[in-house]
Design a protein around this ligand. Structure first.
Ligand code: GRF
Length: 194
């Protein structure tokens, strides 16, 4: 099973996903693509021997369709069976999503359906929540929506800053995403609650 992963930055989730696809795992990484040629994750991917591609979104301005038409080229060439968004920070159009619906995953740093969108940790802290966490879900045309495939929870501690919480949640992202990808690759859609 061929997996392509889209990143925008450090790619710490991508690294854990690539590291997990070994031995008897049914999937292998075939491409790491980014909307930023400077994404640190691209170098990590190259060091792990995974082909990479970078399509800078900035020259396309607001023309999402034009950017996605370029981004699709290396993705379609890699012939992925599954597309994983991992720290990918561009909103994808419904047309792009429709090409991969049912085989496209994303990790979002909140306990969806709470806090779709940005600044999730700040919002959870300011709401006085006792818990936060991360969610892996199937990507659908509605942002940060779609069937939940897994969640992991962490406590919010008194005095937590958004960065404190982000660091605590990131540890769980790195556990959750590889576990969910393996189940998904094995055809198991049962949600996993860590
Ligand atoms: C993480 O905070 C994650 O919650 C979100 O993107 C951020 C960076 O992830 N998905 P990564 O290190 O680039 O995987």
């Amino acid at each position: 099973i061929r997996v392509a992963i889209l990143i925008s930055g450090g790619g710490s989730n991508m690294v854990r996903l690539v590291e997990s696809m070994v031995d008897d795992h049914p999937a292998r990484p075939v491409l790491i693509a980014s909307n930023d040629a400077g994404a640190a994750g691209l170098e990590k991917a190259a060091r792990m021997g995974v082909p990479t591609a970078a399509i800078d979104h900035r020259p396309y301005g607001k023309d999402r369709a034009a950017f996605e038409a370029e981004l699709l080229k290396p993705i379609l060439a890699a012939k992925p069976d599954i597309l994983c968004l991992a720290g990918f920070m561009r909103v994808l159009t419904p047309d792009f999503v429709a090409r991969f619906e049912g085989r496209m995953l994303n990790i979002h740093p909140s306990l969806l359906p709470k806090y779709p969108g940005l600044h999730t940790h700040k919002r959870a802290i300011e709401a006085g929540d006792a818990e936060a966490g991360c969610t892996v879900h199937e990507v659908t045309p509605v942002l940060d929506d779609g069937p939940i495939l897994g969640q992991a929870r962490v406590p919010i501690e008194t005095g937590d800053t958004p960065d404190d919480l982000a660091a605590r949640v990131l540890v769980q992202e790195h556990r959750l995403y590889p576990a969910v990808l393996r189940r998904f690759a094995e055809g198991n859609r049962e949600p996993l609650y860590l």
